[in-house]
Design a binder for this molecule. Structure first.
Ligand code: HEC
Ligand code: HEC
Length: 315
């Protein structure tokens, strides 16, 4: 049944038709979509805490201004109830709106581009199985010139590489699963990688942490560097953190990561948590301290230089 549906979906994508009515009814697909929505942590950004799930309106503060997430319930007037499968996949994987305009990368489509079409359609099937919520979207409060949506075209040309995720033929299945969960669906790097002045993730500092995370909190280095990252953690330690939020330092993760654990990683299978942990341990260690205090031993001009390099680096 699932294979037939998948084939049908692939065919429909080629012919730009909608497969909603056929596949949305498959309970398997909806359940799979629910799991993927957990793994993608769609809930926290698209829900005001304590309010109606996925109805949007949550304020997301960035250095460029405040963005408000849209309503992604199947409401036909204020949500995405009228969207076709093709429109949904294109939004998630290419960052393009149904009218052709580009999304701001605060919607982590630069990571979601790695999601497979099949997974994207399962996610849609789950969202469309929920009750529609009528709640109009709030306009973003972003200052000029970052508020100009058409400038996103240039941003994309500079920084966006379209997916989907390609498995490494030299890595085993678990490592590839971990890579998919971390880089595409779980979008861990969106918080754990430092950004340049145009808000693009710095590939050379992949997962090496940043002092300027969400809500201005530092986000730790999760590469296996022994001194500044999680090189001392065992795979089981990472699995435990993703499951319960407890770290080997006998503390609990706070802030944004507490939400990631509560809404996403605590709901995954142990196998998937293990895959994520193994992938993190297999990364290149990068030395980068994010304790928030500038290195007092360095002369001021070197600190200024390091700050400028981070800001203007395109690598
Ligand atoms: C980090 C926060 C964040 C996460 C995580 C996130 N989104 Fe979003 N999403 C946004 C924002 C902000 C926008 C609006 C971007 C814009 O206006 O350019 C958006 C836009 C969208 C849109 C377009 C809606 C419209 O009306 O145009 C869809 C569909 C969507 N998200 C689905 C998802 C799904 C599915 C997931 C999980 C796999 C997800 N989002 C995870 C923040 C997020
Ligand atoms: C929305 C931002 C955000 C996302 C997405 C995110 N993290 Fe985190 N993460 C944080 C923050 C902030 C902390 C620090 C929490 C604290 O101060 O206790 C953290 C801490 C951690 C830690 C503990 C590290 C340490 O040294 O204490 C691990 C491990 C971790 N994250 C792994 C992940 C993985 C794996 C993913 C993807 C599945 C992920 N994170 C996604 C923000 C995020």
């Amino acid at each position: 049944m699932r294979i037939e549906c998948g084939l049908f979906v692939a065919f429909a994508l080629m012919t730009a038709a909608s497969v909603g009515p056929v596949c949305a009814q498959a309970p398997d697909l909806v359940a799979r979509g629910e799991y993927l929505v957990r793994a993608g942590e769609c809930f926290s950004c698209h829900t005001v805490p304590g309010s109606r799930p996925f109805a949007g309106g949550r304020a997301l503060a960035t250095p460029f201004g405040t963005f408000y997430s849209p309503n992604i319930t199947p409401d036909r007037d204020t949500g995405i109830g009228n969207w076709t499968d093709v429109e949904f996949v294109r939004a998630l994987r290419e960052g393009v709106r149904p009218d052709g305009a580009d999304y701001f990368p605060v919607f982590p489509y630069p990571s979601f581009t790695g999601i497979s079409n099949e997974d994207a359609l399962a996610i849609k099937a789950y969202l469309f199985s929920l009750a529609p919520v009528h709640q109009p979207n709030r306009p973003h409060q972003v200052s000029f010139p970052f508020s100009w949506r058409f400038l996103q075209k240039g941003w994309k040309m500079l920084f966006f590489t379209e997916g989907p995720f390609r498995a490494d033929p030299h890595a085993d299945a678990a490592l590839n699963r971990g890579a998919y969960l971390v880089t595409a669906l779980g979008h861990c790097s969106e918080c754990h990688t430092p950004r340049n002045v145009l808000g693009a993730m710095r590939k050379s500092q992949w997962l090496a942490g940043t002092v300027d995370g969400p809500d201005d909190d530092p986000v730790p280095n999760i590469t296996p560097d022994a001194a500044t990252g999680i090189g001392d953690w065992r795979v089981e330690d990472i699995v435990e953190t993703l499951k319960t939020g407890s770290t080997p330092l006998d503390s609990k993760v706070k802030g944004a990561m507490k939400e990631v654990v509560a809404d996403s990683t605590s709901h995954l299978t142990d196998e998937d948590r293990h895959a994520i942990a193994s992938y993190l341990k297999a990364q290149r260690p990068i030395a980068n301290s994010v304790t928030g205090e500038p290195d007092e031993d360095l002369p001021w001009y070197e600190r200024l230089w390091a700050w400028l390099v981070n800001l203007f680096s395109f690598a």
